[in-house]
Design a protein around this ligand. Structure first.
Ligand SMILES: Cc1cc2nc3c(=O)[nH]c(=O)nc-3n(C[C@H](O)[C@H](O)[C@H](O)COP(=O)(O)OP(=O)(O)OC[C@H]3O[C@@H](n4cnc5c(N)ncnc54)[C@H](O)[C@@H]3O)c2cc1C
Ligand SMILES: *[C@@H]1O[C@H](CO)[C@@H](O)[C@H](O)[C@H]1NC(C)=O
Ligand SMILES: *[C@@H]1O[C@H](CO)[C@@H](O)[C@H](O)[C@H]1NC(C)=O
Ligand SMILES: *[C@@H]1O[C@H](CO)[C@@H](O)[C@H](O)[C@H]1NC(C)=O
Ligand SMILES: *[C@@H]1O[C@H](CO)[C@@H](O)[C@H](O)[C@H]1NC(C)=O
Length: 489
């Protein structure tokens, strides 16, 4: 006669095989958006779902003709440059892992470098031309250690570095072992767990005053950096502000051939059915599944739906409607010019006197946030990248440049306009299986934070959808909640 102890495993196996049947016949995860967020959700689902779970179908929808989203390249006179996200921090560990996994090459640039802070009339600060093998933002911060910087800003520079290091260290908790790291149902909970939440409730300026930075450093160097990285002033929230300063440790890097190689590789390796040129226009909850309709007139059914793009400027119809806090996106106009700057615009005599990176202070009359040399081709020609909050019209460019052979303009709905205290949209939009990766962007918007949020979403899907389906199927006792912990990724 079989004992209870021997029957139970048989029952479990039976339930498992039935659940597997249900899963293999029907599970589809639909991902809207093929940026680093969407591709990371696909990657971590493939990596984390246990073998007992039949692999789901993953469909990914992208309205553009290429994957990558805000990680993109632009070609100026036959040469390729980053058009969107360009720099990675050495402690961006998902990006580090993607690079290894996909056999990509990390690189740093090697041009000579100098920086100046332009106030619209004069350079209020200028470094000497230095030669080092670092990308440009990195170089600003390598300059932090320079004599010039110390003469102007003093010990405040060290306080700034401490503040940034403390914040980066807190962020590292998101790489803790899966066993000791909770799966977060809300952004608030996720930030509080790493002691980062409170940085989203005040402005960067307030945080920096709190840690004792001088007003001069905040008004000049810090402002230059937030304007370059987020197109915003030091009134932006503290956490995103700290992230934008996080280059101070040095060692910033990017991927040879373009950061988008990460996304291309992840999509390729994650066994995804990719629908390019297909924009999702509605998501309807049918009870047990979602129906996604596209502008191509197609209709797709999925048990799990993931929104991996900011919803703020989109027109996706949700049925029933969902509600998320209002959020404005900061538009960053990125203008590439092949030509030569006009020294007269800067009140200088020779183009060689213009710093390689022109940063700016906060002044509504300034028509751009920064101008940097991406590549010096020869004395008479370089490729420049300009960031501005308004489009750079021809008449303005004709003032700033003496020679202009090629101009490319991109209007990015770049990142949230950070406004403390930040209010976060939910990761789980409907209490069921509709997820939102970009809820985390109100904390900070970077390639790595998208990957970190995506990993959490993959774990949420694993535990809330797949865990539940397997272990509560066919009347397994409620105590099976404990067993579900094995699938809690
Ligand atoms: C100019 C600029 C500079 C930046 N610099 C840096 C940097 O140096 N370092 C850094 O780490 N980060 C940087 N960032 C931020 C970084 O680019 C983003 O945080 C990150 O790439 C966001 O990735 P995502 O996958 O969440 O969103 P996205 O990359 O925006 O991906 C969303 C995708 O969804 C698609 N989509 C939208 N709606 C639909 C729909 N209805 N149907 C189908 N598809 C849809 C979009 O076309 C897009 O491809 C920068 C951003 C900009 C704009
Ligand atoms: C990176 O990959 C290694 C080896 O696979 C793994 O141990 C580590 O946890 C990964 N790091 C992150 C942040 O996922
Ligand atoms: C966050 O907490 C620190 C101390 O832990 C405090 O100094 C700081 O003022 C707080 N910031 C906000 C915005 O509440
Ligand atoms: C896609 O992956 C396969 C192996 O899985 C590899 O051979 C191929 O080169 C990859 N393609 C791209 C574009 O990365
Ligand atoms: C989606 O498409 C299906 C099939 O064409 C249609 O029945 C349904 O009404 C559409 N949903 C919406 C919200 O338009």
């Amino acid at each position: 006669m079989a004992t209870m102890a021997s029957i139970l495993p048989v029952l479990t196996l039976l339930a498992l095989s039935q659940a597997q049947h249900a899963l293999s016949s029907s599970s589809t995860v639909c991902i809207i958006g093929s940026g680093i967020g969407g591709s990371s959700v696909a990657h971590f689902l493939r990596q984390y779902l246990p073998e007992s779970v039949p692999p789901p179908n993953i469909r990914m929808f992208e309205r553009n003709g290429v994957v990558g989203g805000r990680i993109a390249t632009v070609t100026v006179a036959g040469e390729t440059f980053e058009a969107g996200a360009s720099i990675l921090h050495p402690k961006n560990f998902h990006a580090v892992n993607y690079t290894k996994l996909l056999n990509l090459k990390a690189k740093t640039s090697s041009d000579s470098f100098s920086m100046g802070i332009w106030d619209g009339k004069t350079f209020i600060f200028k470094t000497l031309q230095i030669s080092c093998k670092l990308p440009f933002i990195d170089k600003i911060l390598s300059l932090v250690n320079s004599v010039y910087m110390f003469l102007r800003y003093g010990l405040s520079l060290l306080k700034m570095q401490n503040f940034v290091e403390l914040t980066v260290d807190r962020f590292l908790k998101y790489y803790d072992e899966l066993e000791s790291r909770p799966i977060f149902e809300t952004v608030d909970e996720m930030l509080k767990w790493a002691d980062l939440y409170n940085l989203t409730t005040g402005s960067l300026e307030e945080e920096l005053v709190d840690v004792g930075l001088s007003p001069l450093l905040i008004k000049e160097l810090v402002t230059v950096i937030t304007r370059i990285n987020y197109g915003q002033s030091v009134h932006m929230s503290g956490l995103a502000g700290a992230v934008s300063l996080a280059g101070s440790g040095g060692g910033l890097w990017s991927i040879e051939g373009g950061n988008r190689q990460m996304v291309v590789g992840l999509v390729n390796q994650s066994d995804v059915v990719l629908h390019l040129h297909e924009e999702i226009e509605s998501v309807s909850d049918l009870g047990d599944s979602y129906e996604l309709n596209s502008t191509k007139g197609n209709s797709y059914t999925c048990e799990v739906a993931v929104v991996a793009t900011p919803l703020d400027e989109l027109n996706i119809q949700f049925i029933p409607p969902i509600s998320i806090p209002k959020r404005k996106l900061q538009h960053t106009y990125t203008t590439f010019v092949r030509g030569l700057l006009n020294p007269t615009y800067f009140g200088l005599n020779a183009v060689t006197e213009i710093p390689k990176l022109v940063g700016t202070v906060e002044d509504p009359d300034l028509p751009f946030s920064s101008i940097s040399v991406l590549k010096q081709h020869d004395e008479k020609e370089a490729t420049y990248k300009i960031f501005s909050r308004q489009p750079m019209v021809d008449a303005l460019l004709d003032n700033i440049f003496s020679v202009r052979k090629e101009t490319i303009r991109i209007d990015w709905a770049a990142y949230p306009h950070y406004h403390p205290p930040e209010v976060f949209a939910p990761f789980i939009l409907d209490g069921r299986h509709l997820y939102y990766v970009n809820a985390f962007e109100n904390a900070a918007s970077t390639m790595e934070t998208s990957a970190v949020a995506a990993e959490n979403i993959a774990r949420l899907i694993g535990s809330r959808y797949f865990g539940k389906l397997i272990f509560t199927h066919q009347g397994l006792p409620a105590s099976s909640h404990k067993e579900a912990a094995h699938v809690d990724l």
